[in-house]
Design a binder for this molecule. Structure first.
Ligand code: A3P
Length: 273
């Protein structure tokens, strides 16, 4: 009798554990960045596609020494449970883009994965990053004050906007065809256009269309999806402070070389480049 119960227990454990592993899979696509360029919006929009299962939180597997040591099974277990027709699992961790170790680690462990990078005008991205920090530290200097400091180019919100610096590292491990670049400015204006090329890149049907979106006048006219909770939360689409012409010119000069390098490396020609 005890033997029978033990066998039944073992079989049911095997069945239930195999159910878990088959319903969670390693990602076939990762949104690797860039922070404050619209990564959350892009993932939310992709989530309405019937073929996708998207992670609800940022996993930070490849860029965190602690998480990375947990191994690939841990990573798989962080993935969303995919229903039968959801054959494409997507996670997003924007910090991957700037992390030194991540490109080699992903290339080694997920050699077939597709990478998505969303980029926006680096000046707007820097202001967005600044607003997020300022929100937590009220006494923080103004944006203009930061840019007037001698070492302002070493300030992380400014450094990240030189996208070519980081992209170069990724291209040592991934061919350009495996990286798709999304125009974060156009994702705000005409999200369906960006989604059309993302869906093509991911080899899934062109399901997400213009009729899925509306522009919300209560949310600085950002696009939302026509469904309950179809807009992003209050931490996205914040009000941006105006900056001086002097600051803008200084940043334009700083980013012009990086933007030119980005155009060449990524072979893109977004309107703000
Ligand atoms: P702000 O809140 O500074 O405007 P990320 O998700 O990568 O952190 O990017 C956040 C930024 O996404 C927001 O920065 C906002 O400008 C932009 N964004 C793009 N599409 C959006 C949308 N549909 N709703 C809200 N914010 C959106």
């Amino acid at each position: 009798m005890i033997l029978v119960i033990t066998i039944v227990c073992i079989i049911s454990t095997i069945i239930s554990s195999s159910e878990v592993t088959t319903s969670k899979s390693l990602p076939q696509a990762i949104i690797i960045g860039v922070k404050k360029c619209g990564t959350r919006a892009l993932l939310k929009f992709l989530s309405i596609h019937p073929a996708t299962a998207v992670s609800s939180t940022e996993i930070h597997y490849f860029d965190s020494p602690q998480n990375f040591q947990f191994g690939l099974d841990w990573y798989r277990n962080q993935m969303p449970i995919a229903k039968n027709n959801q054959y494409l699992t997507i996670e997003k961790t924007p910090h991957y883009f700037i992390d030194r170790q991540t490109p080699a680690r992903i290339a080694h462990l997920l050699p077939e994965v597709k990478l998505i990078v969303i980029l926006r005008d680096p000046i707007i991205r820097a202001i967005s990053d600044y607003v997020q920090i300022k929100n937590r530290h009220e006494s923080y200097p103004t944006f203009d004050e930061f840019i007037s400091m001698n070492n302002f180019t070493r300030w992380t919100p400014i450094k990240i906007g030189c996208y070519s610096l980081y992209l170069r590292r990724w291209l040592k491990y991934f061919p350009l065809e495996r990286i798709h670049f999304v125009d974060g400015e156009n994702l705000i204006q005409r999200p369906w256009q960006e989604l059309e090329s993302v869906q093509k890149f991911l080899n899934i049907s062109n399901h997400i269309q213009q009729e899925h979106f509306y522009f919300n006048s209560h949310k600085r006219n950002f696009p939302c999806i026509k469904q309950p909770n179809g807009c992003l939360g209050s931490s996205k689409g914040r009000h941006h402070p105006s900056i001086s012409e002097h600051t803008r010119e200084k940043l334009k000069t700083l980013y012009s070389t990086c933007n030119q390098q980005l155009k060449e490396l990524a072979q893109i020609n977004f309107s703000w480049l």
